[in-house]
Design a protein around this ligand. Structure first.
Ligand SMILES: [Zn+2]
Ligand SMILES: [Zn+2]
Length: 362
């Protein structure tokens, strides 16, 4: 079979790789029908050697497909089922999974990530391949509702497994609810996902902050009520207050989480509000300073963090099946698997009009 592999910083290739097969009774093999390139895959492209990626490692943690084969101890899915695959593996049984905190699952691993980044290993290969082995299939795979199970609805389904789950996590961890005001920092796929989810939750003002006209236009289409393009914290404070009856946002979703974005987040949030940090800038060793004084005197909650992989997929599939979310427009670019390295280059180079690349498998 063919799959996308890492061969050193800046070098990804599509080549023949070992077939995916059942190794444990709890495994399934999924025939991948569509996979996406994620912003975090670009961190691997640029800095994979520092993260511990070895040459030949298969990348990709955003994929959907059809169950090809199941092990003898898999009970919730069967061959032929169309499935969404959580971005990471979790057991569903441990104390953390039972509490909905799958990010801390005692058997957690991530598709397409270097083992040393995760406490309990990351020895599962990525899903930007024709087939993928899925460990702990009963809790890592989710059968897709009929309404969004057709091949034509794949672009609606695929973003739910990671970027929409991440946007949703920011809102839920920040305590967003109907009628609240939400500000989102960043106009990438996670930022637009947070915007789109905020509309589904019933937020009142939804302010998207970014610097790309095409993406901010898409943000308005997906639910943003206001857009802000300045990086100046004082201007951010003023513009967000204008959009929120003078108080600021109840929840700020910061999809970048750099020092500069955190200054913007503190400027945008109202007293007693929350900042949900979803960005990965600190993976590069840049730990942003937090404004502890502002956090204390205005009782700001800082939350967010790694998503509980898979936990939100059933709820999001329900919203999509009912037509309350449809993130398909975020997949701006479709390529075949053999063109995946070009897709990485397009996303890394921020090619105009390219928000997110989907790989379609023929
Ligand atoms: Zn991702
Ligand atoms: Zn678990």
């Amino acid at each position: 079979m063919r799959g996308l592999t890492f061969h050193g910083n800046g070098d990804v290739r599509v080549e023949e790789v070992p077939d995916a097969s059942i190794e444990q009774p709890t495994d399934a093999v999924v025939r991948v029908t569509m996979a996406a390139i994620c912003g975090s895959d670009l961190h691997v492209l640029q800095s994979g050697e520092a993260f511990g990626f070895a040459p030949g490692a298969r990348l990709g943690h955003e994929f959907i497909g059809v169950v090809e084969e199941v092990g003898s101890d898999v009970h919730t899915v069967s061959p032929g089922d169309r499935v969404a695959v959580a971005a990471g593996v979790s057991c569903g049984d441990c104390v953390y999974c039972q509490e909905g905190k799958r990010y801390a699952c005692t058997r957690m691993s991530m598709f397409g990530w270097a083992p040393r980044l995760w406490r309990h290993g990351g020895d599962v290969q990525g899903g930007q391949s024709q087939f993928a082995r899925v460990p702990l299939a009963d809790s890592t795979l989710f059968r897709v509702p009929d309404e969004i199970a057709s091949p034509e609805r794949q672009a609606t389904l695929l973003p739910l497994v990671d970027v929409m789950s991440t946007g949703w996590h920011g809102l839920i961890s920040g305590g967003a609810g109907p009628g609240c005001d939400v500000a989102v920092i960043g106009d990438g796929a996670v930022g637009l996902s947070a915007v789109h989810c905020a509309r589904a939750i019933g937020a009142r003002s939804i302010i998207c902050m970014g610097h790309h006209d095409d993406r901010l236009t898409l943000a308005l289409r997906l639910g943003a009520t206001h857009t802000v393009t300045t990086r100046n914290p004082d201007e951010i404070r003023e513009l967000v207050r204008e959009a929120t009856d003078g108080h600021g946002a109840h929840v700020v979703v910061d999809t970048i989480s750099s020092e500069a974005s955190m200054q913007g987040a503190h400027a945008a949030v109202r007293a007693g509000g929350s900042i949900a940090c979803l960005g990965m800038d600190h993976f590069k060793g840049q730990v942003p300073a937090i404004n502890w004084y502002d956090q204390f005197v205005r009782n700001i909650t800082v939350t967010g963090g790694l998503i509980p992989m898979g936990h939100y997929i059933p709820a999001l599939m329900g919203l999509a099946a009912r037509g309350e979310v449809d993130p398909a427009p975020m997949l701006t670019t479709r390529l075949g698997l053999d063109d995946a390295p070009e897709g990485y280059r397009m996303m890394a180079g921020r090619a105009p009009g390219v928000l997110k690349v989907a790989l379609e498998f023929g």
